[in-house]
Write a protein that binds this ligand. Structure first.
Ligand code: KG4
Ligand code: ZN
Length: 338
C-alpha cells in the first residue's frame, strides 16, 4: 500500500502544501504573499489573512497535481511551530479538520527539524546524509548548528544570540535600499562585485553561538559616513557592497562550522533553510569539501525556502514510527522541541 502523506506549511508568509508517496514528492505547491514587500517585512496580521485565502486552493492543487484522491491520503502533517501564531493557526486548523473528516492521523511537525530532514526526501538528485551529521539551519528566523544523531535526536550546539542570518541579509539590504526580502538580491548582485572591496568587522562570540546585530550597526555607520562624503555612494558601489556584506556573513558562518567540526569530530554537514540557497555559502562549503574532505549536503533549491515537501517528509518519517498528534494539539510560536 503506497504511503501518501499530505504536508501543510503556514508558519510565516508562504502557504504551501505537498503530497509525498513513500517519501517521493508528487506535488509541492507554494503561494507566496507579495503583499509584505510594500511593508519591508512580514506583517503578521496580513500573513494570517492571506493564509486563510490561500489554504483551500493550495491544498486542492497539491492533491490534484499528485493525481490522487484525497481518500487515498494516509496522514496529514502540518507545521506546529515555530512561527507566527496567526499563520500557524490557519494551517493547523485546516489540517485538523481534514484529518478528522478523512479519519486519518494528524502529525504535528517542527519547522526547523523539517528544514534539515528535507535531505531525506526520496530524490535521485539529493544525497542522503548519514548519522551523525552537523545540521546548519539558516533562515530568516533562525541560525542554528545542530548535532543530528538520528532523525529526531537533534541537539542545538550553537545559535544566534540576536538577529538571524537571514535578517542580517534582509536588514543590510534595506539599508542599501533593496526591497524585502533582500537576501536573494544581495546574492545576485554579489556575483558581479568584489567581496574584498569593503571590510566589516566580525563579531567575537564564544563557542558555536552567533551574533549579527553588531554587523548591522557596523554597516549602518559605514554607509552613513560614506554617504556624507558622496551621496551617490550606494548606487555607485552596490555590487561591491553586496559582495562584501555577503563575504563577511559567509566567513562568520564558515568560522563556526569549522569550529563545530573540530569540537564534535563530525565532518558531514547538511544545510537547510532559506539562506541555504545562498551561492556564497554553497561555494564555501564545496571548497571545504575539496580542501578538507568534508561530506557536504546542499538541498535542492525548491527545498531551501519554506515549502511543504519538507513538512510531508517529516510526516512520513513520524507516520512510519506511528507518532501521531492529538486533535487538540496546540501550535507553538517559539519552540525547540528538538
Ligand atoms: O526559511 P525561509 O524561507 O523562511 C524562514 O523560515 O525564515 O528563509 C527566508 C530567508 C530570508 O531572510 C531571505 O532573505 C533568505 O532566506 N534568503 C537568502 C537567499 N534566498 C533566501 N539569503 C541569502 N541568499 C539567498 N540566495
Ligand atoms: Zn523556514
Amino acid at each position: 500500500m503506497p504511503r501518501y502523506i499530505l504536508g501543510i506549511e503556514s508558519s510565516c508568509d508562504d502557504t504551501a502544501a505537498a503530497v509525498l508517496c513513500d517519501g517521493k514528492v508528487l506535488s509541492n505547491v507554494i503561494a507566496n504573499q507579495a503583499i509584505h514587500e510594500a511593508y519591508g517585512g512580514v506583517v503578521p496580521e496580513l500573513a494570517s489573512r492571506a493564509h486563510q485565502q490561500n489554504i483551500v486552493p493550495v491544498v486542492q492543487q497539491a492533491i490534484a497535481k499528485a493525481n490522487i484522491d484525497k481518500n487515498q491520503l494516509k496522514a496529514v502533517a502540518f507545521t506546529q511551530g515555530p512561527g507566527l501564531m496567526g499563520s500557524l493557526l490557519v494551517g493547523a486548523s485546516f489540517a485538523k479538520s481534514l484529518a478528522l473528516s478523512l479519519n486519518i492521523p494528524l502529525i504535528g511537525v517542527n519547522h526547523m527539524q523539517a528544514h534539515l530532514l528535507a535531505h531525506f526526501i526520496n530524490d535521485p538528485k539529493q544525497n542522503v546524509p548519514s548519522f551523525p551529521f552537523i545540521g546548519v539551519t539558516i533562515s530568516g528566523g533562525h541560525t542554528q548548528i545542530v548535532k543530528v544523531s538520528d532523525y529526531f535526536k537533534m541537539e542545538i550546539i550553537g545559535e544566534t544570540l540576536d538577529d538571524a542570518i537571514g535578517e542580517a541579509f534582509d536588514k543590510s539590504g534595506k539599508m542599501l535600499g533593496l526591497p524585502y526580502p533582500a537576501g536573494p538580491i544581495i546574492d545576485k548582485k554579489a556575483q558581479s562585485g568584489d567581496g574584498s572591496a569593503f571590510s566589516f568587522s566580525k563579531p567575537k562570540v564564544a563557542n558555536l553561538d552567533f551574533s549579527f546585530s553588531g554587523l548591522k550597526t557596523g554597516i549602518l555607520y559605514f554607509l552613513q559616513k560614506q554617504i556624507k562624503k558622496n551621496p551617490e555612494f550606494v548606487s555607485q558601489n552596490i555590487n561591491n557592497l553586496c559582495a562584501s556584506i555577503q563575504q563577511t556573513i559567509v566567513e562568520i558562518l564558515m568560522d563556526k562550522i569549522h569550529l563545530a567540526v573540530k569540537q564534535t569530530g563530525i565532518n558531514e554537514i547538511a544545510i537547510g533553510g532559506g539562506v541555504s540557497a545562498n551561492s556564497g555559502i554553497r561555494k564555501a562549503l564545496l571548497q571545504a569539501k575539496d580542501q578538507y574532505g568534508w561530506k557536504v549536503h546542499l538541498p535542492k533549491f525548491e527545498y531551501t525556502t519554506d515549502n511543504a515537501a519538507m513538512i510531508a517528509i517529516v510526516g512520513d518519517l513520524l507516520y512510519q514510527q506511528q507518532k501521531f498528534s492529538s486533535l487538540d494539539a496546540s501550535v507553538l510560536a517559539r519552540t525547540s522541541f528538538f
